[in-house]
Write a protein of this length. Structure first.
Length: 59
């Protein structure tokens, strides 16, 4: 008995990407923007310029 080959996740992703290139670009762009905002907020509000006691008390 031969098994039926099911579609892999990669083939489904590639098919969706071929059908929706603009949506994929929007999703990737939003992900990059959110990541940059998160990094900026972390660096800005983390307080790395503070004393060591203040930094250690946060953890």
């Amino acid at each position: 008995m031969a098994r039926k080959k099911s579609k892999t996740l990669r083939s489904r992703y590639d098919a969706w990407l071929d059908a929706n290139p603009i949506t994929a670009c929007v999703i990737v762009g939003c992900s990059v923007a959110l990541t940059l905002v998160g990094i900026f907020a972390f660096v800005t509000f983390a307080g790395f310029g503070s004393s060591a006691e203040f930094i250690y008390s946060q953890f």
